[in-house]
Design a protein around this ligand. Sequence first.
Ligand code: PRT
Ligand code: ZN
Length: 303
Amino acid sequence: MNTPPQAGFLMNMDTLNTNNLKLAIQKQGRLTEETLEFLRKSGLEFESYKQRLFSSCRNFPLEILYVRDDDIPNYVASGTVDLGILGQNVLNEERPKVKKLLNLRYGFCSLTVAVPKESDVKDINDLKGQTIATSYPESTKKFFSENNIPVVVVSISGSVEITPALGVAQGIVDLTSTGSTLALNDLRALTKIYESESVLIANEQTLVNGKKDLLEKLVTRFKGVLSAKDYKYVMMNIPEDVVPKIKKIIPGLKSPTISPLASAGWVSVQTVIKEDVFWETIERLKKVGATGIIVLPIEKMII
Ligand code: PRT
Ligand code: ZN
């Protein structure tokens, strides 16, 4: 997992504007595409064709640096860059001295304990004294020691899922998302150690130094994209006399916008509904007489 910093990358850092914010993201991997999409949704304009070491944003004083995800904690902690986007799992494993600012709602996965399908192991206690292979030795040791289960942890840098078949270990701890890698390797999940998603981290000095205001502006943009993901914009027609009931069902951010319709006794209501209560709210609205309900995605929402 740990690789030396790229020499070319550090040399090129000299050409960057020191007053600009610097954000490190994964160069090539599972988080790259969604991170670039997230940054673009935040209104940042930049080129990102492959083999670039960094990009300068055209419309915000920000340099984006492309690196291995394992290097991001060190670069942020040391102040080589101000910000980084990476999996929470990397933070849990390396525990760098950085400040986590936001969960970014993509790159979801779990650190999972798994054993061969045919194994006698029923729960984690049955792994006492057994060997566990993992690329996450720190998280694994912490988990088993907190559960008072002594195990031997073997650190493997990749393809952890094949180690039980090779006879190297009786169990593994690895990231899973769909679970298909476990199934393909005749393994079954026993338990999750933690869940992870991509996160934004910051250098502790950047939070208080001259770049603080810029950082706040950028974080406001990011929050706008994240809030938009959590809400839907809804328009509907309702009989005027049910307005008080509707107001109770959808308090909105402050209150819904209500405007009269051409047909007497009817009004149009516009509001936002939280994604996690979306369907139950729509059902309740229909029940009290809402019709012609139109739902639109929100691009950004600045609260
Ligand atoms: O080259 P670099 O060092 O930058 O990348 P990397 O190879 O170390 O990381 P990469 O690109 O594999 O993953 C980057 C980040 O994506 C991780 O740190 C996690 O935060 C996140 N992520 C989300 C995942 C997965 N889902 C995931 N499924 N990372 C890895 N996996 C692997 C897992 O290790 C296993 O091999 O996918 C396999 C399991 O997936 P399922 O879908 O079959 O369960
Ligand atoms: Zn990596």
